[in-house]
Design a protein around this ligand. Structure first.
Ligand SMILES: Cc1ncc(C[n+]2csc(CCOP(=O)(O)OP(=O)(O)O)c2C)c(N)n1
Ligand SMILES: [Mg+2]
Length: 279
């Protein structure tokens, strides 16, 4: 989580300098991403949206590969087969159908068919999401839908986009689901581990809705102060899962200042490497 935070912050700085074209920050969503990615393990194939940088790093992606994409470099991208992490999808919710179809195809060929689809709250308003949930349910596809509900689709609040929770909507399609708070990676890990177990035992899809906070604007091109209250932004920053988890582990004596300083040094080195290549 600390590494993802550092890389994300470096990307934001580099974008301000014009070195990257755009950056959708994942700050505030690290616990949801790290907890879910660790719970499903390396065999699952991930179909991300466009903000899952912490998941990408856990999949072994070099931060340079991520930056190259958002800098629009020629021949950027990554090998989805090697990392089991498909390309970012800017066409909202398109990855939901790609993921379900991929899982069904894998099963027909007798291959590993466990798929994780990441989606934002706003993207669930797209028809693709409904089609994907229905198809996954009727075909008993081994798909874990992870909805990171950060409460916003750019400037549109989630409560103006839906009358029920995503978890409730999934049940309407015959998909088991749960809604959890996304501030603590261990809560997310437990919920996603249970979900993964159900998917593997029952051969049926599952949806985990994770309520997260979006610390920064939608992307580096978005001024969230224009549509979001100062108190709301402050509350989200105060509930930062990265600092909360570090403090929690320190309080329990599971990590000490030396360990944290070691991670900090690792992050600094990484950021300097990225700065030298991109600035
Ligand atoms: C089909 C489609 N319509 C509109 C957009 C423009 N758009 C990009 S991101 C976004 C908001 C998505 O919100 P959400 O799914 O909650 O994800 P978040 O950015 O909050 O992680 C919109 C409307 C798009 N990329 N694709
Ligand atoms: Mg959102």
């Amino acid at each position: 989580m600390l590494v993802a935070r550092g890389i994300d912050e470096e990307a934001r700085q580099l974008q301000k300098q014009g070195a990257l074209d755009l950056w959708p920050s994942c700050q505030g969503q690290e616990a949801a991403q790290v907890g879910s990615a660790l719970a499903v393990g390396p065999a699952a194939t991930v179909f991300p949206s466009y903000r899952e940088h912490a998941v990408a790093l856990l999949r072994g992606m070099a931060p340079e590969q991520l930056f190259a994409q958002w800098a629009g470099r020629t021949f950027c991208g990554w090998d989805p087969r090697e990392l089991r992490f498909f390309p970012y999808t800017m066409v909202l919710a398109a990855q939901t159908l790609h993921g379900v179809g991929y899982s069904i195809g894998q099963r027909l060929q007798g291959r590993e068919d466990f798929v994780v689809v990441y989606i934002g709250d706003g993207a669930t308003s797209e028809g693709d999401m409904s089609e994907a949930m229905n198809l996954a349910a009727v075909e008993s596809a081994s798909v874990l839908f992870v909805c990171q509900n950060n409460g916003w689709a750019i400037s549109k609040p989630a409560e103006e986009q839906m009358r029920t929770s995503l978890a409730e909507r999934a049940r309407g399609f015959g998909i088991e689901s749960v809604r959890i708070a996304g501030g603590d990676p261990e809560t997310v890990f437990t919920a996603c581990s249970l979900a993964a177990g159900r998917i593997r035992e029952e051969r049926a899809p599952y949806l985990v809705e994770i309520q997260v906070g979006r610390i920064n604007g939608h992307t580096t091109s978005d001024a969230q102060e224009l549509y979001r209250g100062r108190d709301d932004i402050e509350r989200t920053r105060a509930a930062d899962p990265v600092t909360a988890y570090a403090a929690g582990l320190s309080g329990l004596g599971l990590v000490d200042t030396d360990w944290l300083a070691g991670v900090e040094a690792e992050v600094r080195e990484l950021r300097e490497r990225l700065m030298k290549e991109y600035a």
